[in-house]
Design a protein around this ligand. Structure first.
Ligand SMILES: Cc1cc2nc3c(=O)[nH]c(=O)nc-3n(C[C@H](O)[C@H](O)[C@H](O)COP(=O)(O)OP(=O)(O)OC[C@H]3O[C@@H](n4cnc5c(N)ncnc54)[C@H](O)[C@@H]3O)c2cc1C
Length: 458
């Protein structure tokens, strides 16, 4: 690449430009997922929207593809020979209390939005970990802890600003670029770089939340009772069940270290704490033996404990799938592969219940994938490359065995290691994937935005 042009870019913007020969370069391209070594051509850390515009215009002139990273929680595709935009400096939140909205900058993590909204008794539709970036989460759908009552995070997007392949910032909303507004709410980074999003907040100041770990012998009976209960679960309760194999590490609570355990997560956002829902929870838990319980009334900004996701960067493999029912034969297959008696390298096999408000399209509709599924599964492994290849084999083996029970569709945010355009397109019904591709061809004909989870072939 033309050294002089890079120097000109660096001197024309307020942010930072680094080349591979710079010490800052390697550290800055490492995100949360350490499984991949990215080899971009150039890293730009914009200090404002003008910097993003200048970087995209530079990429266009030099025919470089563009990737974007806020926190690195969703990096599963090696970024090679591209201009990478690191948006971490662009963290901002403005709450409009009367309109019950939040306007969020490109590099903002959920923690900042949760803390800004909480004093007003409001909450965003964020996910299980407040360390995740708000924009990446929202554009990929976003299934959070209040999801069955309030829907996908993407459904709460009112309008946004983005910079497309032409380097121009555009406002996109129900009345402006309606096709793009449909596509980007679900189609993620395939269309451009989002610089700002305005979302609707929900009036929730307190919920009943529980995080209950149970011993290995509880996995089978508790999962089956959970599956029975979930068939007629109330929309107020968003819940999930996971089989975990936490390592023997100091950050893991002692009763869980190096064990196979069940983990039931439960968030009830009924207006009044519901006695019936508590009885339901007790009855599920009565099928097993709890070893660690955290539960009580909490603010929506204090819910990271429910999943207790890892907070330190680590190498991750993950894949996802959906099912319409947790049938007995599906549970048999699952337990054969990851149950108490199995020797599985997967650190987690999680089932989150979907349905409720997640099934309802917002107005205007959007392109969120996996809206019709009843349950979503996430298979995840953590470890060095030699372990991750065993994890990938085990995960693929489980997905193959479960195939007759799966819908074939998936949530975009959890596609994880399924990064080929064919795998990404399969997240949607074919007609929806075709519409996304047609809009992509119109707004990004050279496929400048081809990293993350790309929907068109290179
Ligand atoms: C610990 C953990 C917990 C999670 N919990 C949930 C959960 O509860 N529910 C859920 O739905 N998902 C969850 N996820 C998945 C997460 O929502 C996605 O990985 C999301 O893409 C992460 O966004 P990020 O900005 O943090 O990550 P990054 O790796 O920085 O970005 C991921 C992708 O988001 C896109 N993106 C980011 N910023 C922009 C932008 N400004 N413009 C356009 N595209 C952009 C790009 O495609 C980028 O490749 C979780 C992930 C982890 C690791």
């Amino acid at each position: 690449m033309d050294e002089r042009a890079v120097r000109d870019l660096a001197s024309s913007i307020d942010g930072i430009v680094t080349r591979p020969d710079n010490e800052r370069f390697l550290a800055s391209t490492r995100g949360f997922n350490l499984a991949h070594r990215h080899r971009p051509a150039l890293v730009v850390e914009p200090a404002n929207t003008d910097d993003i515009r200048a970087a995209i215009q530079f990429a266009g002139t030099h025919q470089l593809p563009v990737a974007v990273q806020a926190t690195g929680h969703g990096q599963f595709l090696e970024t090679t020979n591209a201009l990478v935009l690191l948006t971490h400096q662009l963290s901002s939140v403005t709450i409009d209390e009367r309109a019950r909205t939040a306007t969020i900058g490109a590099g903002t993590r959920w923690r900042r939005v949760l803390d800004a909204a909480a004093p007003y008794g409001l909450a965003p539709l964020s996910g299980s970990a407040s360390t995740v970036g708000a924009i990446g989460y929202l554009l990929g759908g976003g299934v959070g802890l209040l999801a069955r009552k309030y829907g996908f995070g993407a459904d709460s997007i009112l309008h946004l600003k983005m910079i497309g392949a032409d380097g121009v910032e555009t406002r996109v909303g129900p009345d402006q670029h309606a096709d793009l507004f449909w596509a980007i709410r679900g189609g993620k980074s395939n269309f451009g770089i989002v610089t700002e999003v305005t979302i609707r907040l929900v009036p929730v100041s307190e919920v009943f939340a529980a995080s209950v770990y149970l011993d290995a012998s509880s996995i089978d009976p508790v999962l089956r009772r959970y599956a029975d209960w979930s068939r007629s679960a109330p929309d107020d309760v968003t819940s999930s069940f996971a089989i975990l194999r936490p390592p023997d590490a100091p950050f893991v609570p002692e009763p869980l270290r190096n064990k196979t355990v069940a983990h039931l997560r439960w968030v009830d956002c009924s207006d009044e704490p519901s006695r019936q829902h508590l009885r339901d929870l007790d009855s599920i838990l009565a099928a097993g033996k709890a070893v660690l319980v955290h539960a009580g009334l909490r603010k929506p900004s204090d819910l990271d404990f429910v999943h207790d996701d890892p907070t330190e960067p680590c190498p991750i493999w993950e894949r996802t799938a959906q099912t319409q029912s947790l049938s007995s034969s599906m549970i048999d297959t699952l337990l054969e592969h990851v149950g108490a008696q199995a020797a599985s390298p997967l650190a987690m096999a999680e089932i989150r219940q979907l349905g409720g408000a997640l099934r309802r399209q917002p107005e205007p509709p959007n392109a969120v994938a996996g809206r019709d599924g009843s349950y979503t599964m996430l298979l995840l492994g953590i470890g060095p490359p030699e372990l991750l290849s065993a994890v990938a084999d085990a995960g693929q083996g489980l997905l193959d065995a479960l195939r007759p029970h799966l819908t074939g569709r998936s949530l975009m945010n959890w596609l994880g290691s399924a990064t080929s355009p064919e795998q990404v397109r399969a997240a949607w019904e074919p007609a929806t994937a075709a519409r996304l591709q047609a809009i992509k061809a119109e707004v990004d004909p050279t496929n400048m935005f081809r990293f993350g989870h790309p929907i068109v072939d290179e």
